[in-house]
Design a protein around this ligand. Structure first.
Ligand code: ATP
Length: 412
């Protein structure tokens, strides 16, 4: 373990120093102190580590205060579970400080009742064996691995294993987590874990808030192998348990989650993911799923727009650029881009890269100085000029001026 901790490719030296600093302060408070979860898992897998989750047998908030006193930074405290987030000085980095705890689930799917406990209890409240290991940081024990549930063996066997058969009943969000780890590491759930995804545990998903479910799907869409994960969510019956109208996902669409940054559209992997997933649904189905997953209005609009646009493509195909532009102008750009990716309809790309930027030389001020009284005619004239540019009727400013004179001369 010490060798892994000292490998700068896995743990940058400044993070190792950070761990030593935390350990030193925990020791002055006589608190046994451990780094747990994903950190230990990824280190053992020889992958660079990200988040630091530190567990103490003692008061994590007290440790946090001490760290701020000695090293600076800021502390966010959560008194309910006696946890804290230490925001490091002059950095966006943070460390989660957790008081070792025991959790009791009184009702499936509900949040657990929590009491302070030992590190061993704390590891036993976790989701999978590969996440239930701890590395001791303080004193003589520095670098010692605690692995009461044989996580290291499961890492070697490439297995995702729940700690007890009721695990998914207690917290069915763990099902999404299992799928994430399976695909991310190319592991597989063991038979008992897979069996624990059954009608009984899937039913508990009904009692979960849309927010919690969407959060899990968001995390999946953030992953590199999102398409395979979504497909697994569908194939294991999880998607249907969330909402019966959730369709399957076309694995090949997964490539589209990587945005082409040359296009001047802000990339949003999650929005793109939901659009690709739900684009073939009817309007009422989109709204019903958006409602269940507590989508923001913006996300609902993007998905709805993509679905509507895809359905209207057959009516638009032979249209002039001005007609396309008129139809697309009120839709979110990302929705248009998503439909382009699926359909490869060039007009959509032309709209994104060219047509939407087309404007006539004439402005509202010009119309005013030509004596036109303010009113709806302003918009109509400017729109007609723009359409003429888009459709190639105009090619020079002189032609535009001539058309403008004609339009001003005509009653409407
Ligand atoms: P990732 O790389 O996906 O972020 P992680 O292990 O860092 O993995 P977190 O979501 O940050 O995952 O959670 C930290 C730790 O907390 C996990 O390793 C696991 O031990 C525990 N944990 C998280 N969610 C649950 C849950 N729903 N049930 C039980 N334990 C959980």
């Amino acid at each position: 373990m010490l060798r892994l901790l000292r490998d700068p490719n896995l743990l940058p030296p400044e993070k190792l120093t950070l761990l030593s600093n935390i350990a030193a302060q925990a020791q002055t408070l006589s608190m046994p102190c451990y780094v747990v979860g994903g950190f230990v898992r990824d280190l053992l897998l020889g992958r660079p580590v990200n988040d630091l989750d530190v567990v103490v047998e003692g008061d994590a908030i007290q440790l946090g205060k001490k760290l701020v006193e000695v090293y600076g930074g800021k502390l966010t405290r959560h008194f309910k579970f006696n946890t804290a987030i230490w925001h490091l000085p002059d950095s966006t980095d943070f460390v989660d400080l957790i008081t070792a705890r025991k959790e009791i689930y009184e009702k499936p799917g509900a949040l657990p009742t929590v009491t302070p406990a030992t590190i061993d209890d704390d590891l036993r409240r976790r989701d999978f064996t590969i996440n239930a290991m701890a590395l001791r940081l303080d004193g003589e024990g520095f670098g010692e691995l605690l692995d009461p549930l044989e996580g290291q063996t499961d890492l070697g066997r490439e297995v995702i294993r729940v700690l007890h058969p009721q695990s998914f009943m207690d917290d069915p969000t763990r099902i999404f987590r299992a799928i994430r780890y399976e695909e991310r590491y190319d592991f597989a759930m063991d038979v008992q874990t897979l069996d624990a995804i059954n009608p009984e545990s899937l039913k508990v998903l009904h009692s979960l808030s849309g927010e919690r479910l969407r959060h899990e799907l968001d995390l999946i869409l953030d992953e590199e192998d999102a398409a395979e994960m979504v497909l697994r969510v569908v194939n294991l019956g999880v998607a249907e348990a969330i909402h019966p109208k959730i369709p399957t996902f076309h694995a090949e669409d997964g490539d589209y989650l990587e945005m082409d940054v040359r296009l001047d559209i802000p990339a949003d992997r999650r929005t793109m993911g939901y659009m690709l997933w739900f684009m073939d649904l009817y309007e009422d189905e989109v709204f019903s799923i958006a409602n269940r997953l507590e989508f923001s209005n913006e996300l609902t609009l993007s998905v709805w727009a993509a679905a509507q646009l895809k359905k209207s493509l057959p009516y638009l195909v032979e249209s002039q650029p001005s007609v396309w532009t008129y139809a697309l102008e009120k839709l979110p750009l990302l929705s248009i881009y998503a439909v382009y990716l699926i359909s490869r309809e060039n007009a959509l790309l032309d709209y994104i890269s060219l047509w939407r930027h087309v404007k006539p030389y004439t402005t509202g001020d010009d119309l005013k100085s030509r004596g036109l009284l303010p009113g709806p005619r302003y918009g109509e004239i400017l729109e007609q000029l723009r359409a003429a540019w888009l459709d190639g009727v105009l090619t020079t400013k002189a032609e535009e001026d001539a058309l403008l004179v004609k339009l001003l001369g005509s009653p409407n």
